[in-house]
Design a protein around this ligand. Structure first.
Ligand SMILES: C[S@@+](CC[C@H](N)C(=O)[O-])C[C@H]1O[C@@H](n2cnc3c(N)ncnc32)[C@H](O)[C@@H]1O
Length: 405
């Protein structure tokens, strides 16, 4: 048995002592002990707990890998996420205060991917254990919406009739305003019999749409999400913000970032999380790599009344970013790239004459890199907030406003 003192948390939320030695579910300042295997104490016991340590709210926390930080107080998690952002920015020579942290409440995660497979005894549906392939059933998960949790028996039936013991199925579920929208990948090959059995499950549990290995099998009602006056019917499995709370926080912040603009360009627009609400007061041009998402966005705009014009363009913004001549047609931009960031597009934003940019990012490191490009081109960061819709996970989201100085 070795005793170590945890000095900091790593990017995955694990405690780290000098060495480095890693110990999951520990906190800075804690003395922990256990056997060291490689660079890790696999089952640390807490000798001296941190004052920030709390009783995990979820009974599955010990086994489930979905959450990493339930043993820490809310204040600790908010401060740690803020520090992750501050550190990423300071590596780029940027020092900016973090205005606030918007944390989504319990039971608000409206989108999740479960894994499922058949077993000798029946079926297993759940989330993966921490850094392991073990499937952990999570019937009392405190993160997901109640409607998603109510769907667990339906997902088990889907695995029972369309899963196998060798391959794990991925079951992505969205709690849409009309009901559960389910998309399965790696299920058995579809044939007439399976189609009919799946339709039976859909009817029994009131799932409103089921897609199977990319094919739409049943659509009882069109799943939709409301964005102000618009109703969006997203393509199966499309990107959506993880919680309604997080989405609404980001929309409010982006509205503030582009306020006063009459023409807004929405880069990496997805299905229009920002484009549709911004069209309440500005003309919007939405650019995105996935055509299906833009089709949904256009459809939502067409069927809503009273919105300003919205145009869309499918474009790979890594290879073909919008150039300054194209960007200069707008008063403001919103940009919300994937984790890789927007190296090429921020380079062009830096060269443009745009005065205001609302920036959303799910990766502090690439955000720091891209922010530096904008700051070096004469932009300042007016404000920056942390939006925590992946509560108790190490994920951090940022919303910031850049203006020309
Ligand atoms: C973080 S999501 C944001 C989507 C949207 N702003 C929202 O809030 O719902 C990033 C989006 O970038 C798109 N994307 C990823 N790589 C891209 C690329 N190279 N060019 C254009 N869009 C891309 C994805 O399809 C996804 O919709």
């Amino acid at each position: 048995m070795t005793q170590i003192e945890i000095t900091r948390l790593g990017h995955h939320g694990d405690g780290i002592a000098v060495g480095p030695i890693f110990a999951a579910k520990t906190l800075p300042g804690e003395i922990v002990e256990g056997d060291i295997t490689g660079d890790r104490i696999v089952s640390p016991s807490i000798v001296t707990p941190s004052p920030d340590r709390v009783k995990p709210p979820c009974v599955h926390f010990k086994a489930c890998g979905g959450c990493a930080l339930q043993h820490a107080s809310d204040d600790f998690v908010a401060n740690w996420k803020s520090d992750v952002v501050r550190t990423a920015l300071s590596h780029q020579g940027i020092d900016v205060p973090i205005s606030s942290v918007f944390t989504s409440p319990n039971q608000s995660r409206r989108r999740a991917t479960f894994a499922g497979r058949r077993t000798k005894k029946g079926v297993l549906v759940g989330l993966h254990g921490r850094a392991s392939g073990t499937l952990v059933p999570v019937p009392n998960c405190v993160l997901m919406t109640q409607k998603i949790m109510n769907g667990l028996p339906a997902f088990e039936d889907l695995v029972q009739i369309g899963g196998s013991r060798r391959v794990e199925m991925a079951i992505t579920v969205t709690d849409s305003d009309a009901g559960l929208d389910v998309s399965v990948v790696d299920g058995k090959e579809l044939d007439m019999e399976l189609r009919s059995d799946l339709a039976g499950v859909v009817r029994k549990y009131g799932i409103i749409r089921l897609s199977w290995n990319g094919d739409e099998v049943v659509q009882e009602t069109r799943p939709f999400l409301s964005f102000g006056r618009a109703r969006l019917v997203p393509p199966p499995g499309a990107f959506l913000q993880a919680t309604r709370h997080g989405e609404q926080s980001l929309i409010a912040l982006m509205k503030e970032a582009v306020s006063g603009a009459e023409r807004v360009v929405d880069l990496f627009s997805g299905c229009g999380t920002f484009a549709l609400p911004m069209a309440e007061f500005a003309e919007v041009h939405a650019v995105e790599g996935e055509k299906a998402m833009l089709n949904s966005l256009s459809e939502a705009w067409k069927t809503a009344s009273g919105l300003k014009p919205v145009t869309v363009a499918t474009r790979d913004l890594f290879r073909q970013p919008l150039l300054p001549d194209e960007l200069n047609k707008f008063d403001a931009a919103i940009i919300d790239p994937p984790r890789a960031g927007a190296l090429a597009q921020t380079g062009e934003l830096a060269k443009s004459k745009l005065q205001s940019i609302g920036f959303v990012s799910c990766n502090p490191v690439t955000f720091g890199r891209d922010a530096k490009t904008l700051v070096e081109a004469g932009f300042a960061i007016d404000w920056l907030h942390v939006v925590d819709q992946f509560r108790w996970s190490p994920h951090v989201e940022i919303a910031a406003k850049f203006s020309r100085t």
